[in-house]
Ligand binder design. Structure first.
Ligand SMILES: Nc1ncnc2c1ncn2[C@@H]1O[C@H](COP(=O)(O)OP(=O)(O)O)[C@@H](O)[C@H]1O
Ligand SMILES: C[C@@](O)(CCOP(=O)(O)O)CC(=O)O
Ligand SMILES: [Mg+2]
Length: 381
């Protein structure tokens, strides 16, 4: 029995960090995916073990099922208990994950918890591979949790799907809701205090507006084209989210204004994206407004302390070409978005990309607003 799931990464157009504190944010899925395949062992397989193969970091781990069984004496429960977190930490510590990949420990922990909670103690091999750069603000952690939850739920009684379907298959809303809940619990293990926007947009796809756990699907009348620049500076979402939390404790009144300003920015973006074109504003007028909102949002992200010297270089470089940019995701390095207006000439795009790449950054354009999580029973890994 084998299933493969794929879940998209995301860009946050406005509202990252503030969304953790209750502000509105707007995010879109992108057409870069994380794939998780699950193959349950057959009785002829020699060893009763759970194997995790992480292709992107060229690492694999294996646990005897008996070891998992003793680590989780009581499975069940919809959140990772303190007791389970301790058992997982002990299991993960034994792996001696090489230092540069230390951030991986939280991903492996989320895997162990989601696997044992959804599938219990069945021997299997799970293979993970991604088109997303990991730890760069494009939501690889959420795509991992969403794809994993989808693959694990596919063979459970809570999900009835056509096992003979050929090709990629999407889920009905009731299943999306369930798998999104599991993925959120996984994100909690990786991020500490996630807002839920990343797993939600990865599960449902398209462009969404999100506030306090509630999503609204946006049917955008503007087809946005964003240049994504990866500064290649590694960072960790958990630490950055915690840093903003600490700043908020030190300056509660000031940060309340910052979060409220971000909320207004996201609301204004939502109404621009929703308003029909060309009835009210032309595409160019809309793009100019969006550029201004992105610049203001970036200023507020700087005041939250999550920009970075390399992000500032991207901002200055794109500004030379009169283009507006902002960081996306947790910041502190990672990726930056630059709006490419519809009427911008290809020559300008080539020039700005060449200049950014000469700084050692990596530029690409991803398709925005595609499908959410899907599964496939016909692909072998
Ligand atoms: N394909 C993958 N293979 C292994 N771990 C992954 C993968 N994708 C995500 N992760 C986990 O997610 C972490 C990165 O998440 P995070 O810091 O939130 O950055 P982002 O979500 O922006 O990529 C990694 O350190 C790892 O624990
Ligand atoms: C900073 C935040 O708003 C987004 C984090 O995204 P990413 O993990 O950097 O892709 C955190 C959250 O909303 O959970
Ligand atoms: Mg993340």
């Amino acid at each position: 029995m084998e299933v493969k799931a794929r879940a998209p990464g995301k860009i946050i157009l406005t509202g990252e960090h503030a969304v953790v504190h209750g502000s509105t944010a707007v995010a879109s899925s992108i057409d870069l995916y994380t794939y998780v395949s699950v193959r349950f062992s057959t009785p002829s397989d020699e060893e009763e073990s759970l194997k995790l193969v992480l292709k992107d970091v060229a690492l694999q781990f294996s646990w005897p099922i008996s070891r998992i069984r003793t680590a989780f004496p009581k499975s069940g429960g919809s959140s990772c208990s303190v007791e389970n977190a301790k058992s997982i930490a002990a299991l993960v510590e034994e792996l001696n994950i090489p230092d540069p990949n230390a951030g991986l420990a939280s991903g492996v922990s989320a895997f162990l918890w989601l696997y044992s909670s959804i599938q219990g103690f069945k021997p299997a091999t799970v293979v993970v591979t991604s088109e997303l750069p990991l730890g760069s603000g494009l939501g690889s952690s959420a795509a991992f949790c969403v794809a994993l939850s989808a693959a694990l739920l596919a063979f459970t009684d809570s999900v009835s799907v056509d096992l003979n379907h050929q090709g990629w298959l999407s889920f009905p809303d009731t299943v999306l809701e369930l798998l999104n809940k599991w993925a959120f619990e996984g994100e909690k293990i990786i991020h500490g205090k996630p807002s839920g926007i990343d797993n939600t947009v990865s599960a449902y796809g398209n462009i969404i507006s999100f506030k306090s756990g509630n999503l609204t699907h946006l049917k955008s009348s503007v087809s946005l084209k964003m240049l994504i620049t990866n500064t290649k500076v590694g960072r960790n979402t958990k630490a950055l989210v915690a840093g903003v939390g600490e700043r908020t404790l030190r300056h509660p009144d000031i940060m309340a204004f910052v979060f409220s300003a971000v909320d207004s920015i996201s609301k204004e973006l939502t109404s621009i994206l929703k308003s029909p074109t060309p009835d009210e504003l032309s595409v160019t007028e809309k793009e100019e407004k969006i550029e201004e909102l992105m610049e203001m949002n970036q200023g507020l992200l700087q005041s939250m302390g999550v920009s970075h010297a390399t992000i500032e270089i991207v901002l200055r470089t794109t500004l030379k070409y009169k283009l507006s940019s902002k960081l996306t995701g947790a910041g502190g390095g990672g990726c930056v978005l630059t709006l490419l207006p519809t009427l911008l000439s290809g020559t300008v795009v080539d020039k700005v990309v060449a200049e950014l790449e000469s700084c050692g950054f990596q530029c690409f354009i991803a398709g925005i607003g595609g499908r959410g999580v899907e599964i496939n029973f016909g692909v072998s890994s």
